[in-house]
Structure formats: structure tokens, C-alpha cells
Design a protein around this ligand. Sequence first.
Ligand code: 3PG
Length: 317
Amino acid sequence: MKILVTDKIADEAIELLKKEGMDVTFKEMEHDELLENIRRYDALIVRSRTKVTSDIIENAENLKVIGRAGIGVDNIDIETASKHGIKVVNAPTGATISVAELAIAHMLSLSRHLTIADSTMKQGRWEKKKLKGVELHGKTLGLVGCGNIGRKTAELAKAFNMKIIGYDPFLSKEDLEKYGIEKIDELKDLMSKADYISLHLPHTRETHHLINAEMLENMKPTAYIINCARGGIIDEDALYDVLKDKKIAGAALDVFEKEPPVDNPLFSLENLVATPHLGASTIEGQIRAGTVCAEQVIKTLKGETPDYWVNRKLMEK
Ligand code: 3PG
């Protein structure tokens, strides 16, 4: 079976595929090259860089499965894949720890102005007085989305003696209590109560610009917002306005509406910290995400039912 991998995945995952006798090609293709070549492959493995659009899927005569070596599948046209009988599988557990650790890292970095401290030091400036920070200790962390990553973030935040509140319409008060998270029913209430807000939910039609001007205006002037989930959940124009007018203390974004961002006005602001979608980019996270995804692809190609079959409902209806 021929497998095309168009984004960098862990060597361990490639080895696993080869051990199963798969013929693996790794090449970071752009849209047109992928469109031209996809018909030769039985499986395609991607991360978030490759956009698996409907025209690519329609050209994929031999494709049986699309593997996402990670969690988010918003870069794959699931509906078209389902219509063509192509299974979409992912690795939902691989990067949980890595993303949660990055969210905490951003919270600490914002609180202690680490990025500004570093850049001013390198410019020969000693800004000790200007860079007084705040502690996480005793503050309230508001989680928007309390799935695997949100809950892991809560677990880590507890080591800093933070109080954790969470907004998640899919989980009950009792579910969240088990993880030491107090359920908040209305998002705007979470926005106004939290000192740190961290987003851990997918980007869908329903969550697009969930964090809009009105929500951001509800935040405390001393509060920070962190997005290591997906671009498009925060309205970037609205975020620009509240940061520019210093209506909130700061924000850290690992994800953007357009990736890589081009001429993004947010980058002119000192109270915005940016990282290039690094959430899952750790050695450990990539080994887990890559090998779990490879296992799913192998199972599918062998005619077995994959454990993480994203479009199962659409294909079985
Ligand atoms: C994910 O959805 O798994 C993360 O956002 C990581 O995406 P990446 O694999 O493109 O780094």
C-alpha cells in the first residue's frame, strides 16, 4: 500500500508504517502538487499545514484513509471525504500534555514579561523596575473547553494553587467537579471572573469568533487570554482593539486565523506574545501523535476498525 506523508511527522511513525510493509513517501507538497499526485496513494497523512480540500479528495481515486497526526481536523474536508468513502482518523491523545504545558508556559511568560525582558536585555537595557510581574498563585484560571487538554491544563495549574473555573456546555457540573473545575454556565461570567483565560476547544462554525468584542470587554483589566487551540475562535480585530487600548493586560496566541500570519497588526503590540503553532511541537508529543496516527492508518488499510475514526457517524449513516 502506498502512503503519502505531506507534513513532518516523527521518524518513529514512519518506521512503524514501513515495518508493516507500507511504501511511504514523505514530501511537503503544496496544493497543486498534491492535487496532481494524490491519485497514486492509498493513504495520506498530514498535520495542520496541509489543507485537504474537496478538489484534492475528489482527485483521490485510490485513497482509503486520511490520517491526521494530531487532534484538529479543521484542515480536512470531512464531508467530501465521507461522501467518497474515505475514512478520516486522528490521534486525539498524542499532544495533550504538550499543549497544556505550552498554555501554562504562556501564562507564566505573560505574568513575568519574559519576552519583553529578553528582548530589552539583548538591546542592552536593564528594565528591572518596569518589568514587575504578578504571581499565578491564588489567581483564577478560566478554561473555555474542558476536554482532555483543558483538564490537563487544570491539573498543572493546581500546582500553582490556582482556582479553576470552566465553561463547557457538553460537560455537567458533576463531570467537572471530578477534575476540581467549577462549572460556569455562561461564557460571559467566566470571562469576567477569570484572571487567566485559556481556550481548549475546536474551531467550528459554532465556535467561530466565540471570543468576540463583547466577550473581551467583559474581561478584567488585569486579565490575560491565551489561545493554544485554534485561530478563528478569537476575533483578532476585537482582540487588537482591547490590547491596543490596554483594556486587558495581555494575550498569548499560538494559533491564528491565517497561518502563517501575514502583516498581522497584532504583532505591533507589546502586550501580545506570539508563537508559531507550537502546541504539539515537542519531541514526546510528536512521537505519540505520529505513532497513534500511523496505527490508525495501518488498522484502516488492513480492513480493521480504527479507534479514532473521526467521520464514523457520517460514513455509517
Ligand atoms: C493539533 O490539532 O493536533 C495541534 O494543533 C497541532 O497541530 P500540528 O500537528 O499542525 O502542529
